[in-house]
Ligand binder design. Structure first.
Ligand code: PLP
Length: 437
């Protein structure tokens, strides 16, 4: 049974852990267990490597439930325990079992990090206390004077950390219209060190050609970073399209139940991983074990939820497109989306976020949103329950008004996150909102 790889199988392995314990990656760069691969005899090492290869062949749904999550050896608990501990007893100074202090490492977090890495098909995963802590840690790869080229349509909090935090430390940020990859190349200067992407973008749901922009980044030796929160690895795997680093707000679809704040980074680049792992510990934006457990539990049903989210979103996008009180619908799954073909070429599904513009003013839009009962008026997205929000007043208020206006985030612009309730009930709810416009 291959999955026992991730916990000690028997006393022999427990002894290995006591002897040479370390959480560092094996030679292929993959963290395979709670013990260092090199400490195993050669024959055993070959067997472990074989098991990893087979694990990598597992399908998405299976990995989400099993990778990093083998039954706990002491009791047989089927779920990864919540290791609610800050520290770990050492037999003699330095002789520990792979964990010294929970900011540095915690077994519940290790399980989550391994599972996230496998779902994004990357080598290394790092979990954080929030999406913003993950984003901040990626920015720790840069130094004063470096420049980031990014999209002109970004999550407001990402724009805020760029402009209101890291600009003060001497980083520079430029924003380009992201649907034409050439715009990124044109913006590159000697100072540029990183390209930062979101696709679908938030909240305009533009699609960035990941293969093309990753190629430009490689050509200019830049770090390419992609926030995959909206699509999730179920629908899009940026690392396989050439991107260096993926970030997530696990608060959203990965956690999936609106009950936890979390973030993650996945990469296959050892150098970037080691620096970010160092910063994870040095800066300390780590998630608690309970939060790691909640995200892990969310991951187990990610594939099932994403299918349902998308099925509902497609129906609602079509309903909105036909509605006489709707001026415009933005959803990459619609044929009318200007980049529908590109989306279909780099995504396995179109997700559950829809933006639309009402044929109304701010007062009418507020009435529409206040009337909804199933669509909760709340920031965030990606939970099982449907949410609606007003980007200009809520999530994107940190963008200056002239920037919002130039992008088309008007006062009658609405973003919804379609949940997995019955779609007919959701459509009835939207109808009641329209009746008030
Ligand atoms: N990235 C995207 C695309 C988001 O939508 C969000 C939050 O809404 C974040 C990052 C930040 O994540 P968190 O709220 O978990 O810090």
């Amino acid at each position: 049974m291959i999955l026992w790889t991730f916990w000690p199988k028997n006393l022999e392995e427990v002894n290995f852990r006591k002897k040479g314990v370390s959480l560092s990656p094996d030679k292929s760069g993959r963290r395979i267990s709670n013990f260092k691969c090199e400490t195993l005899p050669r024959q055993r090492r070959v067997r472990v490597t074989e098991k990893i290869k087979r694990t990598n062949k597992l399908k998405f749904e299976t990995k989400a439930i099993h990778v990093g999550q083998a039954p706990e050896p002491a009791t047989g608990a089927i779920n990864v325990p919540i290791f609610q501990t800050s520290t770990y007893v050492q037999k003699s100074p330095g002789a520990h079992k792979g964990y010294e202090y929970s900011r540095t490492g915690n077994p519940t977090r290790t399980a989550l990090e391994e599972c996230l890495a496998s779902l994004e098909e990357g080598k290394y995963g790092l979990a954080f206390a929030s999406g913003m802590a993950a984003i901040s840690t990626v920015l720790n790869l840069l130094k004063t004077g470096d420049q980031v080229v990014s999209c002109d349509d970004l999550y407001g909090g990402t724009y805020r950390i760029f402009e209101k935090v890291y600009r003060d430390y001497g980083l520079d940020f430029v924003y380009v219209e992201p649907t034409n990859p050439a715009n990124f190349e044109k913006a590159i200067t000697k100072k540029t060190k990183m390209i930062w992407l979101e696709t679908p973008t938030n909240p305009l749901l533009k699609i960035v050609d990941l293969r093309a922009v990753a190629k430009i980044a490689r050509k200019h030796k830049l770090i390419s970073v992609m926030d995959n929160t909206f699509a999730t690895p179920y629908f899009q795997k940026p690392l396989n399209l050439g991107i260096d680093i993926v970030v997530h707000s696990t608060t959203k679809f990965l956690g999936g139940h609106s009950d936890v704040i979390g973030g993650a980074i996945v990469t296959s680049n050892k150098k970037y991983y080691e620096r970010m792992k160092f910063c994870q510990n040095a800066v300390g934006g780590v998630p608690g074990p309970m939060d790691c457990f909640l995200v892990l539990r969310g991951l187990k049903t990610l594939s099932v939820r994403m299918k349902e989210h998308e099925k509902n979103a497609r129906k609602i996008a079509l309903f909105l497109q036909r509605h006489p009180k709707v001026k415009k619908v933005l959803y990459p799954g619609l044929n009318s989306h200007p980049q529908h073909k590109l989306a279909a070429g780099q995504m396995d599904g179109f997700g559950a976020i829809i933006s639309f513009v009402l044929k109304s003013n701010l007062a009418g839009t507020k009435r529409f949103l206040s009337k909804l009962k199933l669509f909760a008026l709340a920031e965030s997205l990606g939970g099982v329950e449907s949410l609606a929000e007003h980007p200009a007043i809520m999530t994107h208020a940190s963008l200056p008004k002239n920037v919002r206006d130039s992008l088309g985030i008007s006062d009658s612009f609405i973003r919804i996150s379609v949940g997995i309730e019955n779609v007919e009930d959701l459509i009835e709810d939207l109808k009641s909102g329209f009746a008030s416009v």
